[in-house]
Each structure stands twice: as C-alpha cells, then as structure tokens.
Design a protein around this ligand. Structure first.
Ligand code: GTP
Ligand code: MG
Length: 166
C-alpha cells in the first residue's frame, strides 16, 4: 500500500505510529510522517526526512502533504495539547483533499490522569468522530497497568490489522 500516508501527532501519536510501523504488515510501504513541537521527542522517530518539527514561525502545508494519497491514518494520544488540537485539523485537511479513506487511531487517557485531561480528550474525540471515516480508539484504562506503553500500542495495532483485513 504505497498510496497510504500515516501521520503521528504528539508524543503518543508518534509512539502509536511506530508501533503500527512495526506491527502492521499491510502498512509497511506507507509514507510515514512524525509531527511534534518537541525536538527532543521527535528525534526518536523515523528518519530525518519523515519528521516535522512544529515551530511558531513555520507554516506547515498539511494539505500539500496529503495530496495524492488515497488513505490517511492520523495517530494521536488525546488529552494533551498537540495531539488533541492538531489531529482533528489534519483529518479535516485530508477531507478537503478528498482522500477516500480517512482513519483516526487515537487513545483516551487513564482516569488517573485527571478530569481536565479526560474532558479535553473527549472533546477532541467528538471532533475526530465527526470527521474521520473510521476511528480506532484505545481506552488506556483497558490496558493492564503493569503493561509497558509499547504493549498497549500493540493492542491498537491489532485493531488496525483487523480493520485492514476486512
Ligand atoms: N497509547 C498510548 N498512549 C499514550 C502514550 N504516551 C502518552 N499517552 C497518552 O496520550 C495522552 C497525550 O499525551 P502526549 O501524546 O504526550 O501529548 P501531546 O499530544 O504530545 O501533547 P503535549 O505534549 O501536551 O503538547 C496522555 O494523556 C496519555 O493518556 C503512548 O505511548 N501510547
Ligand atoms: Mg508532547
């Protein structure tokens, strides 16, 4: 599938994307893009030409980036700043570019992360649900607490693989 683009936004989004890259055989040939505002975080993902560091004075043309692809996956952990704010926007850009399949792959926070973060995530999820054609949601509360984060993202990949096998 080389007409597929996968964009991870924020810390969790980039982690989820990396897990998909490792665990989803059907996404091996996709174009991978990692987006974050934190330089320290983003260097841990992909190769240099796959990374987009958001800075206040840099305007990123996401529509141009998405143009020509048939399918877009947008990955984000909802509840923080960048993933919650930017992932719905990127989904909207994909819609504006008329991609035929627009899929969101998101997590919602553990309850121990607090009400504010959970409310932020729910608001973002409402937006995501209204834009994407398909939404894969990992409720982090469903993951055994002793599991490491990569384990939980593996369970997201299982959902992605299931979707792709349909
Ligand atoms: N599934 C999964 N969830 C994660 C991971 N890391 C963080 N989270 C969850 O994702 C939410 C958002 O966290 P981040 O991705 O760090 O936030 P961000 O989008 O980078 O936003 P800011 O750093 O606030 O700008 C957290 O509240 C956690 O619930 C991860 O590796 N996998
Ligand atoms: Mg972050």
């Amino acid at each position: 599938m080389n007409n597929v683009i996968i964009i991870g936004v924020g810390g969790a989004g980039c982690n989820i994307e990396d897990s998909c890259r490792k665990e989803c055989p059907k996404l091996q040939n996709a174009k991978y893009i990692y987006v974050d505002k934190e330089a320290m975080t983003i260097v841990n993902h992909g190769s240099e030409d796959e990374r987009i560091l958001l800075t206040e004075d840099k305007d990123i043309n996401f529509r141009e980036l998405l143009r020509g692809y048939k399918t877009a996956f947008v990955c984000a952990g909802l509840g923080g700043e960048i993933g919650s704010e930017l992932s719905p926007k990127i989904l909207e850009y994909a819609k504006a570019e008329s991609l035929s399949t627009i899929i969101a792959v998101v997590s919602t926070p553990f309850s121990f992360e607090g009400v504010a973060r959970n409310e932020k995530a729910q608001m973002a999820l409402t937006r995501v649900n209204s834009i994407a054609h398909k939404v894969i949601v990992q409720d982090n509360n469903d993951i055994p607490q002793e599991s490491m984060l990569p384990e939980m993202d593996r369970s997201i990949c299982n959902m992605v693989n299931e979707l792709l096998s349909k």
